[in-house]
Design a protein around this ligand. Structure first.
Ligand code: IPE
Ligand code: IPE
Ligand code: MG
Length: 238
């Protein structure tokens, strides 16, 4: 287990896998009488800062929720703006290559613009050899959709119902081969998962805060990790 930092008399442990629901961009913009699009731009900057910080402190896995399967319900103008910000991020390959971050996208990418799909594949390929933070970006991601996708694969392979195991389902998810998230962070004052990593988070610890995502700072992550260290994870044992 990696050590996060040492305080006077305690050593804090870093979770292996942190997952964040990057929520509150719209309210952040509203509080400033700005369009929601300004909130998404500010949220994107926070995402880059936090990903960089996670890499710096030696985190192994970070999964961020960027766009859900339900977010298509939003006005077209807002969806287009989120996709534009995402595309700009993909084009700015320096942001991950120079930092030794390995990028992976989770979600159903077939519904995305073809040029975006091409850039996604390119980013994954180019960063595949990176040995630093493994960064999963959840885009057009829904936990239920992911499970349906996994079940379809199992059925297509003709596997006998009696042979289906939990591990087999885990292995068919987008996060196949990765450890489950230990710690799920949701800012913005909402207390729900919103269809995020619903299979993988069965035994995760949760941390909620009123901070709106664009205001989230590395020091807030520090506080969250300190709280994580006070949790007693029993996994059903004693
Ligand atoms: C999160 O911020 C970004 C996405 C869901 C894409 P929101 O846009 O949901 O912000 P609020 O919840 O309206 O404040
Ligand atoms: C969850 O936030 C999805 C992302 C942060 C990408 P939402 O803002 O879509 O969630 P709800 O609608 O408040 O549950
Ligand atoms: Mg929201």
């Amino acid at each position: 287990m990696a050590i996060f930092k040492k305080t006077k008399d305690v050593e804090l442990v870093l979770p292996t896998h942190i997952a964040i629901i990057m929520d509150g961009n719209g309210r952040w913009a509203k509080n400033r009488a700005l369009p929601r699009t300004a909130g998404h731009a500010a949220g994107s900057k926070t995402f880059k800062d936090i990903a960089r910080y996670c890499n710096k402190i030696g985190l192994k896995y970070l999964t961020v929720y960027a766009f859900s399967t339900e977010n298509w319900k939003r006005p077209k103008e807002e969806v287009d703006n989120i996709m534009k910000i995402f595309k700009e991020y993909l084009e700015d390959t320096k942001s991950f290559k120079d930092e030794n971050i390995q990028l992976q996208f989770i979600g159903d990418r077939s519904a995305l613009d073809e040029e975006i799909q091409r850039l996604m594949a390119e980013c994954e390929k180019e960063s595949a050899g990176s040995t630093g933070l493994h960064l999963n970006i959840a885009i057009n991601y829904g936990g239920r959709d992911e499970i349906v996708h996994a079940v379809k694969q199992i059925v297509a392979e003709g596997i006998d119902a009696n042979d289906i195991t939990e591990q087999m389902i885990s292995d068919k998810l987008y996060t196949s081969g990765q450890p489950d998230p230990d710690f799920i962070i949701r800012p913005s004052g909402e207390y729900r998962l919103s269809n995020y990593l619903i299979w993988q988070s069965a035994y995760a610890e949760y941390w909620f805060s009123d901070i709106l995502w664009p205001d989230f700072k590395p020091s807030d992550l520090d506080k969250a990790i300190e709280d994580y260290n006070k949790r007693n994870r029993r996994f059903g044992g004693v």
